[in-house]
Design a protein around this ligand. Structure first.
Ligand code: ZN
Length: 92
């Protein structure tokens, strides 16, 4: 997992699909703050933030969310963050 901040979230995990090179693509949804992240099981240090539809967020948002502990509540600011999708498109 990326680091200790990751463990502060209360995640439910869903497997999206699988690739031989990178393993399972997993979607992590936090029950407390509603933030969602995605990662590949074989390269789990490289997680990124996604919106409610699984689209990757801007790398600045990803980096910030990964650097923060779980805020433990839903916030309007996160909704704003979720509108900033990655310009490089879908990571897969
Ligand atoms: Zn959380």
């Amino acid at each position: 997992m990326p680091d200790a901040n990751w463990a502060t979230h209360d995640f439910t995990v869903k497997m999206l699909d699988w690739s031989a090179a990178r393993g399972s693509r997993l979607a992590y949804s936090c029950r407390r703050c509603g933030r969602k992240f995605c990662l590949f099981s074989l390269v789990s240090r490289d997680a990124w933030a996604i919106d409610g539809k699984g689209r990757p967020l801007d790398s600045l948002i990803s980096t910030r969310w990964l650097a923060e502990q779980c805020p433990r509540s839903f916030s309007a600011k996160d909704d704003e963050d979720r509108k900033q999708l990655s310009v490089s498109g879908t990571r897969s």
